[in-house]
Structures are given as C-alpha cells and as structure tokens.
Write a protein that binds this ligand. Structure first.
Ligand SMILES: Nc1ncnc2c1ncn2[C@@H]1O[C@H](COP(=O)(O)OP(=O)(O)OP(=O)(O)O)[C@@H](O)[C@H]1O
Ligand SMILES: [Mg+2]
Length: 340
C-alpha cells in the first residue's frame, strides 16, 4: 500500500452568480446561474513512504484544493483517495492522529496565548502522553531555535517565529504524513533557510511522507527530488525535478540598480523583464551570467547587482509555454493532415 493514493480526484466548485438589481434577484430565484470551476480535474498519483514531493503550479492551479481533499477538509466531487489506507473525508480519528496539514496563510495557533499553551491544548486533544510531549516539543524547539520564545504570546512573535511554532504544532503528535501548503510564504531569506533546513533534517530522520507546495523555487530545489505539477486542475508532470530545471531553467535573473536614471536600451545584455529609471531586471542565459555582469559593470554606473534563480512561476511558465506550443503544433498538424 502506498502512503498516499489519489485516483481521478476531482473537485468542482460552484459559485452562484447574482444578476444585479431586483429584476436580477427575481430572475435568480427562478433560474440560478452559476459558474463552475474545475479546481481538480481527474488527479491521480501515488506517493510512497518517506517521500518528500514538491507540488507545483501557478496561482489557482488547484494545489490547495487537492491538499484539502487529502486532509479531509473538503469532499471531492468525484474520484478516490487513500491516505495511509484511510479515506480522508471520512475523517476517522485514526487518520487524524497520523497526518497534519500546515497552511502558511492560516494560523492554527491561538493568537492570544503563548505557543506553549496552544501546544498544551493540542496535547490534550491528541491525548499525547506528557513525557513524550515534553520530549518532542523540546526537540523540535531546539532544532528550530525557538526555545526562548515558547512563552511569548503568539501575536507578538515575528512571522518566522510563528511559522516555526506552527510547524511544532503540526508535528507534536508525530504524524506519518505531512501536507505543507506554502510553509515559507512571506518569510525573510534567513527564516526560509531555517525552515527548509528543518524540513530536510526532519524528513530524513523521521522518513515522514511530505507534500510541499511553495512558490519559492529554492524550497523545491533544496528539498524535493520529485515534483508533481498541476495546472487548471490537471496533473501534467510527475517526475524528477532535474528534468524540469535542466530543460526549462536555462536562465538566471540579473537585477541591477543604478545611481542615476539609466535610459539606455538593455536588450543587448539579455531579455528585459522589468525596467524602472533606477533599476532593470534581465533574464540572462546561465552560461553568460558572469560575462554579462562584467559587461554591464564596465558600461554603466551600477550601485547594486544581484543574481537570482528564476522564480518557480517562471520556470513553470516556460514549461507551460513549451507544452501549449506543443499542443497547438500538434493541433495544427492534425488540421493540416485532415485537410490534406
Ligand atoms: N471555496 C471556493 N469556491 C469557489 N472557487 C474556489 C474555492 N476555492 C478555490 N477556488 C478556485 O479553485 C481554483 C483552485 O484554487 P486553489 O486554491 O486550489 O489553487 P492553488 O493552486 O492553491 O493556488 P495558489 O498558488 O494561489 O495558492 C481557483 O480557480 C480558485 O479560484
Ligand atoms: Mg494555494
């Protein structure tokens, strides 16, 4: 049995449209109009014990929807899923004790309590033995370096500290499956690094099955060997991350800041992504980064220079671009051969 199995998982959201005005309201009574969003469309995959899988896709692709179904927060419109053998939306206590969902955009901890007290409440809910609880929380707090913050009111913690507490909270019952929905969102670079480091160590030591979504490419690159990519509710890639990066992230982003407004045309150096009077962002092929930096520094008065990986969105976008080009080429070829 695989740790996570999804077969044909589908979720259709219906949002009712109300036409404006009284007339619209009356018409609406007779014939309700609604929009349908296929947030998850026939999603299938399996994840084995110990795997840490990146779940990628652009905004609105369906990632959170799938994670919510796998966590039993949402009933699917169709399809099947098993998490550790349980049907998630049956919400069995045995399953609740063995998985966790952490959403970076939401707080699970009580705002007006110190983290320690929130954790105590969860201890009671899960019926965790006191000794074990102390040991687990102590270990996690040490690893995340928040021992001295355990008695600070959650609302007074920094975003990074709060996220670390959320992680502790998600792990106190030592789950076997962990769904992480943007656990590093909004964190500064140092905190992001810490959280990543923690997840790497934790996953290695506990072999906990993890599905991770993030819009930060670095999270995915550092943590996940395998990625599942979703768009418009459909899975269209499931495999090693390397094969995406190698093929689709052949470039880096070069950000330049100037002392004085620069009016020159930068397209000779690379693809101009964004330009303001005092800055420009260029997309430069990986192999040409050093040379381009040297050139720009020689040609312009640069006060700051910064080289970054393409954001995950961009890599995925290129990925999509090639894919839709391939699809339309195939369609065009089909059309040509049909008329021939
Ligand atoms: N409760 C809801 N009612 C109606 N539509 C919804 C609801 N929740 C999500 N959607 C829609 O379903 C689609 C998928 O949303 P979802 O939140 O799963 O995307 P996501 O991949 O998590 O995006 P993001 O990266 O922005 O978090 C979107 O088009 C969204 O607008
Ligand atoms: Mg989401």
């Amino acid at each position: 049995m695989s740790a996570i199995e999804a077969r044909g998982l589908t979720k259709v959201y219906r949002t009712y449209k109300k036409e404006s005005g009284l007339r619209g309201a009356i018409k609406g009574l007779a014939k309700r109009k609604y929009d349908e969003t296929r947030a998850a469309d026939n999603v299938s995959f399996t994840i084995e014990e110990g795997e840490l899988v990146g779940f990628l896709g652009p905004n609105g692709a369906g990632k959170t929807t799938v994670l919510k179904m796998l966590s039993g927060l949402l009933n699917p419109t169709g399809g099947e899923a098993r998490v550790l053998g349980f049907v998630p939306w049956e919400r069995r206590n045995e399953m609740k004790r063995q998985f966790s969902l952490l959403m970076g955009q939401k707080n699970a901890l009580w705002w007006d309590l110190p983290a320690q007290e929130s954790l105590e409440l969860n201890r009671a809910i899960y019926g965790i033995d006191r000794g074990r609880f102390k040991q687990v929380v102590g270990g996690l707090a040490e690893l995340l370096e928040v021992q001295d913050k355990m008695n600070v009111m959650v609302r007074e913690l920094s975003l990074g500290e709060r996220m670390k507490m959320e992680l502790i909270s998600a792990l106190i019952h030592e789950p076997r499956v962990l769904f992480l929905d943007e656990p590093t969102i909004g964190l500064d670079v140092v905190s992001q690094q810490r959280v990543r480091e923690f997840l790497r160590i934790y996953n290695r030591e506990h072999r906990i099955v993890t599905m991770l979504t993030s819009h930060y490419m670095q999270d995915i690159e550092e943590l996940c060997d395998r990625v599942i990519v979703i768009d418009h509710g459909k899975i269209f890639f499931d495999g090693p991350l390397n094969s995406i990066i190698d093929r689709f992230s052949g470039s880096k982003i070069l950000s330049l800041t100037f002392e004085q407004p620069a009016t020159r045309d930068f397209s000779a150096y690379g693809e101009v992504i964004e330009q303001t009077p005092l800055s420009v962002q260029l997309k430069v092929p990986r192999g040409k980064v050093t040379e381009t930096c040297r050139q720009v520094l020689a040609d312009c008065k640069v006060t700051d220079i910064n080289v970054q990986e393409l954001p995950v969105e961009e890599v995925i976008r290129q990925f999509f671009g090639e894919r839709s080009a391939a699809v339309s080429n195939a369609a065009a070829e089909a059309a040509v051969s049909a008329t021939a």
